[in-house]
Write a protein that binds this ligand. Structure first.
Ligand SMILES: Nc1ncnc2c1ncn2[C@@H]1O[C@H](COP(=O)(O)OP(=O)(O)OP(=O)(O)O)[C@@H](O)[C@H]1O
Length: 202
């Protein structure tokens, strides 16, 4: 569950969000689309508390995970190390390792477990970022361009994975994406942002 009420935010000298109200129920998928630089990532960062709104309120009672647009992987940790580091806040080390193995396998990275991010392709890094987010088993998932860098086969697999996860855990997904097809397949709500600053009520 996520609720943003009349959120406004100025970054530097520019007002990015004017009045953003957004409601996402458990099990819902909402996708934000729109031109580059408008404020889509700023909405996600505000939703998870990385950015504090100047005005308005953000309410969430969910365990959340954020798959960042730039992946935000730890460069000096292997794929497995990145997973275990993130999961250790939620479970003991042994379980963190077994969950990490499971999710690395699901995202096609089991053979890459000992590689460092710098040794991986863009698509592999994206899948590692996603594996880490899924493994936390969030009730609310924030995904910033999850399909970027993925080939068609992986875009399809990720769409199926989101659908299965949503069904099993009743998790909600707030995502930014330029790809229409996966969002349609997921039966998600699509919101197009047009102008700056962003005014939104959905
Ligand atoms: N910390 C910051 N200080 C000043 N300006 C910022 C900061 N972070 C982001 N911005 C600006 O806020 C605007 C919105 O950025 P944001 O990343 O939210 O856009 P976006 O819609 O996600 O773009 P894209 O589709 O290219 O990722 C941009 O003009 C960006 O330069």
């Amino acid at each position: 569950m996520l609720e943003m009420q009349n959120v406004s935010k100025t970054l530097g000298r520019r007002k990015i969000l004017e009045s953003v109200s957004l409601r996402l129920k458990d099990g819902e998928v909402l996708c934000l689309m729109g031109p580059s630089g408008l404020g889509k990532t700023t909405i996600l960062e505000t939703a998870c508390g990385l950015i504090k709104p100047d005005r308005g309120e953000v309410l969430t009672n969910s365990r959340l995970a954020y798959a960042f647009q730039d992946n935000a992987l730890i460069p000096w940790q292997t794929a497995m190390g990145n997973m275990v580091f993130a999961l250790s806040s939620y479970m003991d080390r042994q379980r963190a390792k077994s969950e990490s193995e499971k999710w690395l396998k699901r995202l096609g990275l089991f053979e890459a477990a000992a590689l460092y991010p710098g040794q991986m392709s863009g698509g592999m890094r994206r899948r590692l970022n996603l594996a880490r987010a899924f493994a936390i088993k969030p009730q609310l998932m924030l995904l910033d361009e999850p399909f970027a860098f993925l080939d068609e086969a992986w875009q399809d697999r990720l769409t199926r994975l989101i659908a299965e996860f949503q069904k099993k855990h009743n998790s909600s997904f707030l995502m930014v994406s330029h790809q229409l097809e996966p969002v349609r397949e997921l039966g998600g709500r699509l919101v197009r942002l047009h102008s700056s600053p962003v005014v939104l009520a959905t």
